[in-house]
Design a protein around this ligand. Sequence first.
Ligand SMILES: [Fe+2]
Ligand SMILES: [Fe+2]
Length: 306
Amino acid sequence: MLTQKEFITMSLDLNLFFLRIMKEHSFFLEIGFTPRDKKMAERAGDFRQKFEQLLLDATSLANGNVSENLLGSNQATTQYTLEAERLTNFYTGIPFNFSLTRREEALQPAGIGSPGARLEDAVENLDRRAYQLTGELAAFKEQLLESVRSCKMFTVNYPLLIEHILREARHFMNMLVMLVRREPTDSPEELINQEAFWNRQMAEHAKFIAGLLDPSEEALIETARMFGREFDALTAEADRASRQAMNITRITEDSIQGTERLRDFKAAGTQGLLECKIQSIIIPLLGDHVLREANHYLCLMGVCGG
Ligand SMILES: [Fe+2]
Ligand SMILES: [Fe+2]
């Protein structure tokens, strides 16, 4: 059972990370449609704006109440986020709330002392609104995936990417349910599930990067494919461990080591995109997005900002 303070801090940490992720998923979907499916792009744009509003609310609540770990781990924003948003805005014309990003960068951590029942109510309300909106976005992703898989619709987003971001939405919703029930999301059993989940996501990030690089970027493609294979193996190990309730210390160590190397690869890639040194069809914000997901995963495994 979580204490009031744990509930507040864990909820704010989770929302600051995932609401930005959901806002960006909406954006990736929005720019992927053909002119025929303008209505779908508009719906995705609505989601983007609604998630941005929720992220604004979360940021207001988070100032002075968020954990040191969240702030030190570069999972809400990174050193590249603002630049990636600027360049992505330049390429697409879609507006980004830069001042929100700056506000997140300036957040202050929780101090000592009790936060109070009013804040607890406001945070629980945020959790519930996040759950509701993410549920609606998940339904939209599901419908889109079905249309794409059955060849009724074309988008420039890979079907596996749509499935991937649907999985992240459901994962966020599961975490919110646990928090609202005041259940800890960082128990040893939960960590095994998180590793099985995030190792798969890391494998897929590597595969998306390999597929979106220009075919002339052979060395980078080869490195990305190598990460894909490495994380497929780590996913299989974590899956086995979660089924058999095995000790996962060694898998965790391997996952940390692999994720740190993949994180560095993503960071270098994002920087290369921002400096126009890499040829690809990767929208710059996607580079920063998958970098933040690696940072989030590392923090779950106990390496916050390492
Ligand atoms: Fe994502
Ligand atoms: Fe992802």
